[in-house]
Design a protein around this ligand. Structure first.
Ligand code: F6R
Length: 614
């Protein structure tokens, strides 16, 4: 939610900030703005709509040269996406400029206080309240760092604030509570960003900040203070991907590029997970074998696509370890008074590592003495930092708002976790674990085969331009795949889509079937006779009522042919691993259909990549 950039150095700050915002636009694209310090004043521009609107405005009315600045790309919370509500915000005499990500919960009270003292606020945002207060502190004689420390003492909620002072060309100051912010460390220049992609073209040296810290960047250094003013140290790390990983590589969309990166992402996420003796080894697993042996229940918490990865994990963990698993939407978790204690392992799945609902659920679990293991794609993000253990997925940066390679690599991490638990608890023999690992290691090539057949899926997408509703059916591990297929279509093509467990159809949803309604059916592998046969019956039932059936079926299974209007072939894989190959045509379908319908696939309406508000 919202992307933030700060820069101080020798380069033109406007260029650095705008380039950073371009890479952060996936975080929100309701409006964008930039503020520079030039000649003792704040020079700024901000526009509703995508970054391109701001870029055009600046091209028409250039801002003065400056080597210090901040920028923002917004996902609206308080106030509609208008020019006035766009960031940066200033105080009454425009001495400071502030950008903000998060929600200041006591803003109404603070706003009331400012208005009572005759301060005029120009926007509906909570951010402007912070800007006004910060400016008053600076005008009282404090430097920007000291003023920020005093300001944060008055704020409640979640926020990253980044500010500049018109009279101070040396520093950019930021504060962080429950909202992401990383520092980029350069030579004679330093950077701030919501994530490292904001500055990756300038430096791969980064510093993560803890909660409740204020950071001051100057050309020569970085100073970190806790909110109480005591000195603190950020953790420095090297970013192991570069700019090219965040570029489109000739694809029209980041999403399409990311779909095609999945064979590599899966392979990378499997790398280095076995010792020379063949045992599973998860090096970020900071829980001891005894702690894992004591686990008698697993609760998986996640949102959206990550939640569907968790649903698949349930089948694998229960089957391989015989430990009961609950899967819960993170946003619901702490409100239902969940039963958990020290022997419950809570698994939090998050691609971004910043999802507020998931983070709050983790905090609740830890207050109940449960151990939390994160499955995450973003090194240095908040969720792994606040967890007891982490399995990092190695998908590389996921820029398209709709998760694709994030999902596949989460599935891989879930299987690894399930097998690791089975190894520690002794619920599977070593050779059984080895067999599944070999099956997983064959997946990249099998995903590649599905991608090589994309043309057939693209033709099918062309046949569905104008379709108003699509249903997805699955069973067992194919049920979450059906849900994920429907989610992708909703968020990208804005088409009504629903996923169902095929067995549930006759309990109500079959009433939706009408002549010509497309129904995509994920058919389980034939090895699981009963499952596959039951699915065939479900397909017959909808077809008999006029549905147009599009069936995803493994190679060599012809039982479905008489009942399928379209057949999409999947490589033969075991039933538990089938989601890894079955979801790929559904991703391609949604991406292509949305493209043909003229939608912005990377930045669908109303969405943002990283949902850092509850
Ligand atoms: C859908 C999608 C979202 C995310 C969800 C959780 O394509 O991307 O549903 O999966 O917002 O995000 P993370 O995994 O970052 O916690």
């Amino acid at each position: 939610m919202c992307g933030i950039v700060g820069y101080v150095g020798e380069k033109q700050a406007q260029d650095v900030v705008i380039a950073g915002l371009r890479r952060l636009e996936y975080r929100g694209y309701d409006s964008a703005g930039v503020a520079l310090v030039a000649g003792g004043v704040i020079a700024s521009d901000k526009r509703a709509g995508k970054l391109a609107n701001l870029e055009k405005a600046i091209a028409d009315h250039p801002l003065p040269g400056s080597t210090i600045g901040i920028g923002h790309t917004r996902w609206a919370t308080h106030g509609a996406p208008t020019d006035a509500n766009a960031h940066p915000h200033s105080g009454g005499v425009r001495r400071v400029a502030v950008v903000h990500n998060g929600i200041i919960e006591n803003f109404a009270e603070l706003r009331g206080e400012l208005e009572a003292a005759d301060h005029v606020l120009l926007s509906e945002t909570d951010t402007e309240v912070a800007a006004q207060l910060l400016e008053l502190l600076v005008l009282s004689g404090l430097d920007l760092t000291a003023a920020m420390l005093q300001l944060v003492a008055r704020l409640e909620g979640a926020f990253t604030l980044v500010a500049v002072d018109a009279h101070d060309r040396s520093r950019v100051v930021a504060a962080r509570r429950n909202s992401p912010l990383v520092v980029g460390i350069g030579e004679g220049e330093n950077f701030l960003g919501s994530d490292v992609s904001a500055f990756i073209e300038h430096t791969r040296e980064a510093m993560e900040l803890g909660q409740d810290q204020v950071v001051t960047i100057t050309r020569d250094g970085v100073e970190v203070l806790n909110f109480d003013g005591t000195p603190a140290e950020g953790r420095r790390y090297h970013v192991d991907w570069d700019l090219s990983a965040a570029e489109k590589d000739g694809h029209d969309w980041f999403m399409r590029k990311e779909i095609h990166e999945q064979p590599r992402a899966v392979a990378d996420s499997l790398l280095g997970r076995r010792t020379p003796e063949g045992h599973l080894h998860l090096d970020e697993m900071r829980l001891s074998d005894q702690e894992l042996r004591d686990v008698d229940k697993v609760i998986i918490i996640a949102c959206g696509t990550s939640f569907y990865a968790g649903m698949v994990a349930k089948y694998a963990i229960e089957h391989w370890t015989r430990v009961p698993v609950e899967v819960e939407l993170a946003s619901e978790f702490r409100y239902r008074d969940p039963i958990l204690d020290y022997s419950t392992l809570v698994v939090a799945i998050s691609q971004s590592g910043e999802t507020a609902d998931t983070l709050q659920a983790i905090r609740h679990a830890r207050t109940q003495r449960s151990k939390v293991l994160a499955i995450c794609n973003t090194n240095g993000s908040t969720i792994p930092r606040e967890s007891d253990a982490v399995i990092y997925t190695h998908a590389g940066p996921e820029i398209g708002v709709a998760s694709t390679k994030g999902f596949l690599t989460q599935l891989v991490a879930c299987y690894l976790l399930a097998l690791y638990l089975a190894q520690v608890k002794g619920t599977r023999y070593g050779d059984e674990i080895d067999q599944v690992m070999q099956q997983l290691e064959a997946i990249p090539e099998q995903v590649q085969r599905v991608l090589d057949d994309a043309a057939q899926v693209y033709d099918m997408a062309a046949d569905h331009v104008g379709t108003r509703s699509v249903l997805f059916l699955g069973r067992h591990a194919g049920y979450p795949v059906a849900l994920e297929g429907a989610l992708k279509l909703k968020e990208l093509a804005y088409i009504h889509a629903e996923g169902f467990a095929a067995g549930e159809l006759k309990h109500g949803p079959i009433a939706l079937i009408e002549e010509g309604l497309p129904v995509l059916c994920v058919v389980p592998p034939a090895g699981r006779d009963q499952l596959r046969d039951k699915m065939v019956s479900g397909i017959q039932e909808v077809r008999a009522r006029g549905a147009r059936t599009i069936c995803l079926v493994e190679d060599g299974d012809d039982a479905i042919t008489p009942y399928a209007d379209v057949i999409i072939r999947l490589p033969k894989v075991p039933v538990l691993l089938q989601p890894l190959v079955a979801v790929v045509p559904l991703q391609l379908f949604a991406c292509e259909l949305a493209t043909l319908m003229g939608h912005d696939v990377d930045q669908p309406r109303n969405l943002a990549k990283s949902v850092t508000v509850e």
